[in-house]
Every structure is written in structure tokens, then in C-alpha cells.
Design a binder for this molecule. Structure first.
Ligand SMILES: Cc1cc2nc3c(=O)[nH]c(=O)nc-3n(C[C@H](O)[C@H](O)[C@H](O)COP(=O)(O)OP(=O)(O)OC[C@H]3O[C@@H](n4cnc5c(N)ncnc54)[C@H](O)[C@@H]3O)c2cc1C
Length: 388
């Protein structure tokens, strides 16, 4: 990491982690920060966080992530991030037909917070229908869920948060280059030693840099193919139901509900009256037969917003029948496949790229839980990863 804080630093990608990286750079005194993004406006439609909302929670098997999430939740409740954060609580449960694996996930999630000093006072068991009904008094379906509520958690409006941080950064002197002029086509290297000296964009410009920080989410392997050997571009379905003002008010304040064998939903958004709902499952990849690398389909960009797979729709309709049956037959709107970067163990990768003389850092492998950490401290390289 360059110690000269006036040296040019280029952040490739202005999604959740790119914006967070730029924020922490300026907070740390860096004065020459340029952010490049292929989207012509921010928040970027290509970002996995281009969405109504994302869960902010701290249930992790690894206490390292629980502690990171705890610090992030602290930051979410500060004036910069607070306008986008909703401390509604988070309910994790399983249905009465849940497979053993989903029940095990629930047990692990609970054990990660139940005895944690910071969470213990906020955890309550929801092991009877009556207790569930007390939290979700709006339920009118036959649900037989069992789980717990964690009141020290919630969700954040992700597109709005990215827009807010983007605007904040423009007032802090960060330079943004967007659209084709911001679409990184390749990194440019010098020889002996091999060092990255800049990022070339689709308009042919080379943005010189002493350090490049690559935050391209699911698209990282397009620019650094080796990332594709340990992080896979994967997508999950997202759907919404359009509510009326009264329906939206009726559901105001509900905690995030995550039924481990079905899916999850959030309190509706008062501005758009959209109720977001997502199925849980393994997700889908788009692996090239020649390279073996999965990337979002680059020929249909930005990703379309008009369908999700039938099996996911069935899961979501079942979740609605169990909880809010009056919604279960409604059309889904803004349906989309949302892309992220997944690792086999869900660990993030924040590290120097080998053989670049510490001139390139890559942030990859958000594994579907990276947005909530965005307010967290600057990325510190942990150790050099090996390319296979
Ligand atoms: C359905 C779904 C649900 C999720 N739910 C949660 C959740 O509840 N909680 C949570 O914490 N996280 C959640 N996530 C994960 C979260 O969205 C990601 O962790 C986060 O967006 C990762 O940030 P990123 O900056 O690495 O990538 P992104 O946010 O995807 O940003 C990548 C950026 O790179 C830009 N880009 C791509 N290619 C180029 C190029 N060649 N040149 C320039 N710019 C380029 C894109 O325009 C984009 O702005 C979810 C993700 C999905 C898909």
C-alpha cells in the first residue's frame, strides 16, 4: 500500500466495496483518488447491491466476521450511514418441512450470537407459533415456523446508501469517471519489476496509478482472470410485490424474516411501496466451457429485470402463502437475477495480487454478505493468496 497519500490511487468499480474503499481512503488522508465504473450513473445497475435493501446481521460461524459485522452495525448507526439503516431486528427460522441442513444452519446462526456479550440481551427464542405471532402479528397464513429474533440487526436501503456515499465522496474531492470512459478494459503493466501502472478504459484512456484497487464484484475475473479460480460469479433471484399505501403501512416495522428453507423478506419500502422477497438456494452460475470461469452474461448488460426461474418463484409463493396469503397470487415486479462473487467457504478476499509488486489489490468473494460490511474500516491486506 502506497504511503505517499498524494500519489494517484485508482479504484476500479463503484459498487458497495468500491465506494467504501474510496471513503476509507479519503478518511485516511489520500488526496488523489479516482473511481472508475462502467455504469453511466451511480448507483450502478451492474452492482449486486443495486437493490432496495440488504440484510445487516452478525450471525456467523466465524467470530472474526461476527466482530466485523458488529463494528459495521455500529457504523450503520452514525450520521453518514444512518439515513439508510433500519434497526428492525432479524428473525431466523425454519418451516415445519425444513430439511435437516436448514435446521443445522439455524442452530449455527443462533449459537454465534446467543452467547456473544454484545448480542445476548437482544436474542429471544421464537419456538412456538404464539411467540412468532407476537413479533409478526400481521401473519394470516398457516405458518409453523420456529427460530429466534435478534433485535441488534436490521437492513439497509442499499441503492440509496450507495447514492448517498457517492454524493458524499464527490464533496470530498474523489473523482468519478463513469460509462464507457469508466469501463476498465485492462490493467496496464510495466516490466522488471512487473508492476501495474494504470487502468485502461474502453475509451482508450490510461488512468495512471501508484496503486489500483479492484472492486469489480462478480465482474472481477473479466479483468483479473485468476480471480475466477477461487471466486465464482453467481446469481440469486430477487422479486417484489407492489403494495398499496395501506398495505405498506400495515407491514411497517416488521423485522427482516429469513426462513432458512424458503427465503427472506423485508419491511416494504415506503417510497416505492415495494415489498422485496428473495428465495434461498444454491444460486446459479454462468461458466464458460472454454475458460471454466463464471461471469455474468456480458452480452445482456445491464442485467434484465423481468424474470426469475420458476423453481424460485414457487418457493417465494409458498413463503407468501405461509405468511401473507393475500399477497401470494399477486404478480411479481422488478424480478431479476442479481450477481455477486462467491467463494467456496464464503470468505472474503482482500489482498495484493501476486507478481504485481504490490501495485494491485483485489477485493473479491463478497459471497453474498458483503454489502452490510460496507461502512467498515479500510481493507487491510491479510496475506498473499496463491494463484492455482
Ligand atoms: C440477491 C442478492 C442478495 C444479497 N443480499 C445481501 C444481504 O442481505 N446482505 C449483504 O451484506 N449483502 C448481500 N448481497 C451481497 C452484496 O450485494 C455484495 O456483497 C456487494 O454488492 C459486493 O460489493 P462489490 O463492490 O464487491 O460488488 P458490486 O457491488 O457488484 O460492484 C461491482 C461494481 O463494479 C462495476 N464494474 C463491473 N465491471 C466493470 C468494469 N469493467 N469497469 C468498471 N466498473 C465495472 C459495476 O458497475 C459495479 O458498480 C446480496 C447479493 C445478491 C446478489
Amino acid at each position: 500500500m502506497t504511503t505517499d497519500k498524494t500519489a494517484p490511487v485508482v479504484v476500479a468499480g463503484a459498487g458497495a466495496w468500491g465506494l467504501s474503499t474510496a471513503l476509507h481512503l479519503v478518511n485516511d488522508g489520500y488526496t488523489n483518488v479516482t473511481v472508475l465504473d462502467r455504469a453511466s450513473e451511480l448507483p450502478s445497475r451492474y452492482s449486486g447491491a443495486y437493490d432496495l435493501n440488504k440484510i445487516v446481521r452478525a450471525e456467523y460461524e466465524d467470530p472474526f466476521y461476527t466482530d466485523l459485522a458488529l463494528e459495521a452495525i455500529r457504523e450503520w448507526r452514525t450520521p453518514l450511514f444512518g439515513p439508510y439503516y433500519h434497526h428492525t431486528g432479524y428473525v431466523v427460522a425454519t418451516s415445519d418441512k425444513a430439511p435437516a441442513k436448514a435446521v443445522q444452519h439455524l442452530e449455527k446462526a443462533l449459537s454465534s450470537v446467543r452467547d456473544h456479550a454484545s448480542f445476548k440481551p437482544f436474542i429471544s427464542s421464537l419456538d412456538t407459533p404464539l411467540k412468532f405471532k407476537d413479533v409478526f402479528w400481521q401473519f394470516s397464513g398457516p405458518s409453523r415456523f420456529k427460530g429466534y429474533v435478534n433485535r441488534h440487526a436490521g437492513y439497509a436501503h442499499s441503492s440509496n446508501a450507495m447514492k448517498g456515499i457517492y454524493r458524499h465522496l464527490t464533496t470530498r474531492g474523489v473523482r468519478f469517471v463513469l460509462g464507457e470512459a469508466g469501463r476498465v478494459s485492462e490493467l496496464v503493466y510495466s516490466r522488471n519489476p512487473r508492476r501495474c501502472v494504470g487502468a485502461r478504459t474502453a475509451d482508450g484512456t490510461t488512468h495512471q496509478a501508484a496503486l489500483i484497487i479492484v472492486c469489480l464484484g462478480a465482474y472481477a475475473a473479466e479483468i483479473i482472470p485468476q480471480v475466477g479460480t477461487f471466486a465464482v460469479a453467481k446469481c440469486w433471484s430477487v422479486a417484489h410485490v407492489q403494495l398499496t399505501e395501506e398495505e405498506c403501512d400495515f407491514l411497517r416495522g416488521i423485522p427482516v424474516l429469513n426462513i432458512r428453507d424458503l427465503g427472506f423478506f423485508f419491511e416494504p419500502d415506503p417510497a416505492t411501496r415495494l415489498f422485496k422477497i428473495c428465495p434461498l438456494g444454491a444460486g446459479y452460475v454462468n461458466t464458460s466451457e472454454t475458460s471454466g470461469i463464471s461471469l455474468p452474461p456480458l452480452d445482456v448488460l445491464p442485467p434484465p429485470q423481468d424474470h426469475i426461474p420458476l423453481e424460485d418463484e414457487r418457493k417465494l409463493r409458498r413463503l407468501l402463502r405461509e405468511t401473507f396469503p393475500w399477497m401470494a397470487g399477486r404478480p411479481f415486479v422488478d424480478q431479476k437475477m442479481c450477481w455477486f462473487s462467491d467463494t467456496s467457504d464464503s470468505e472474503y478476499c482482500v489482498d495484493f495480487v501476486p507478481d504485481t509488486d504490490q501495485s494491485v489489490i483485489v477485493l473479491a468473494g463478497d459471497s453474498g454478505h458483503g454489502f452490510s460490511m460496507s461502512p467498515f474500516r479500510k481493507p487491510e491486506p491479510v496475506n498473499n493468496w496463491e494463484l492455482v
